[in-house]
Design a binder for this molecule. Structure first.
Ligand code: PSU
Ligand code: MN
Length: 322
């Protein structure tokens, strides 16, 4: 059907039957987590989506094709060093050259929309970087959220970013930022931040209803659904902030820029927190996969209900006077 897109047969069958599917990204496998925790976590995320009653579809580029739905051996391949990080602008060249690539939030959203998947789980979205005044470093994830119809279930964005400016950017672009069971924007390793979200939902059903409202109106673009890290897995906010400041300083001194910056900061943070950031990352990822599974289930159910013929409320008889 498509030269550059392959949808796994099980995923395609589920989508045709309006069964719930959750997209998962692969940059966190290739550039976000160390080996072998990356493969193990990728498998655990798929299991968490299944446990919630949905089908996982991990997205990556393999041999010059976007693949939606992977096998375990594909995950292992993506965990090897040297896999390219692929965002929107990288897709054409990587596809044309027949290479492999790990998809960012932006590229995974593009693939999900092409496949017809509405719900996507990840750890955190990219955003406006600290020091944007001099670097102009703003993740393509934010622009993608403004134009691609996929809900991104995440633990907010990492405090390696400028979260206030990230939220301002999303507001300008008309992207709803919703707290799942919270009034505040989750800050990845730590649950609470004094930054408010636009609105709050307290159940998967409410989240699904909001998505239907947005897309039925034809309001293009995604939604950020922020899920706080489970309390028992959260890190100490001050310790995290100190480690982040140090990592950001080091990046600046070493001239780390562009697509290398986020992976550099994540790796340094893990080292500086003695691995604590890795355990927290894993815990929030699993939690997000579970919530995304629940939202996908609710969304599929609501869509099926809407499609039913309404025998009772709309009789096939014309009312008098017509
Ligand atoms: N945030 C994380 N872990 C990650 C990423 C973000 O906590 O692995 C990845 C995601 O794939 C995201 C990408 O889309 O980094 C953003 O990179 P950049 O800032 O270069 O757009
Ligand atoms: Mn960037």
């Amino acid at each position: 059907m498509h030269d550059f897109l392959s949808i796994h047969p099980a995923v395609a069958a589920a989508l045709r039957a309006n069964q719930p599917v959750v997209a998962l990204e692969s940059t966190l496998i290739s550039h976000g987590l160390p080996h072998p925790a990356n493969v193990e976590t990728a498998l655990a995320l798929e299991a968490a989506v299944r446990a919630a009653g949905a089908l996982p579809a991990t997205v990556a580029v393999l041999d010059g094709r976007i693949r939606v739905g992977l096998e375990a051996e594909d995950l292992e391949r993506l965990a090897q060093p040297g896999v390219r990080k692929v965002s929107r602008r990288d897709l054409p060249l990587v596809l044309a050259s027949g290479a492999d690539g790990a998809t960012t939030v932006a590229a995974t959203m593009i693939a999900a929309e092409l496949a017809g998947i509405s719900v996507f789980a990840t750890g955190g979205i990219g955003g406006v970087h600290r020091g944007v005044e001099t670097t102009l470093d703003i993740s393509a994830d934010l622009e993608e959220l403004s134009q691609t119809d996929v809900a991104v279930v995440c633990a907010g964005a990492k405090a390696i970013l400028d979260l206030q400016k990230t939220l301002e950017y999303l507001e300008t672009k008309g992207v709803p930022v919703i707290g799942f069971g919270t009034d505040r924007f989750p800050a990845f390793y730590t649950a609470s931040l004094p930054l408010p979200v636009d609105g709050r939902v307290d159940s998967a059903d409410d989240a699904a209803r909001m998505l239907r409202a947005k897309w039925q109106l034809g309001l293009k673009g995604g939604v950020v659904i922020g899920v706080p890290i489970p309390e028992e897995a959260a890190l100490d906010a001050e310790a995290v902030e100190a480690a982040i400041r140090q990592a950001v300083d080091e990046a600046e001194n070493q001239g780390v820029r562009g697509k290398e910056l986020t992976p550099f900061l994540l790796k340094r943070l893990e080292e500086l927190t003695g691995g604590a950031s890795l355990a927290a990352n894993r815990a929030l990822l699993l939690n997000n996969a579970r919530v995304a599974g629940q939202i996908a289930v609710a969304y599929a159910r609501q869509k099926a209900e809407m499609a039913l013929p309404r025998k009772v409320t709309a009789p096939n008889k014309r009312p008098p006077g017509y």
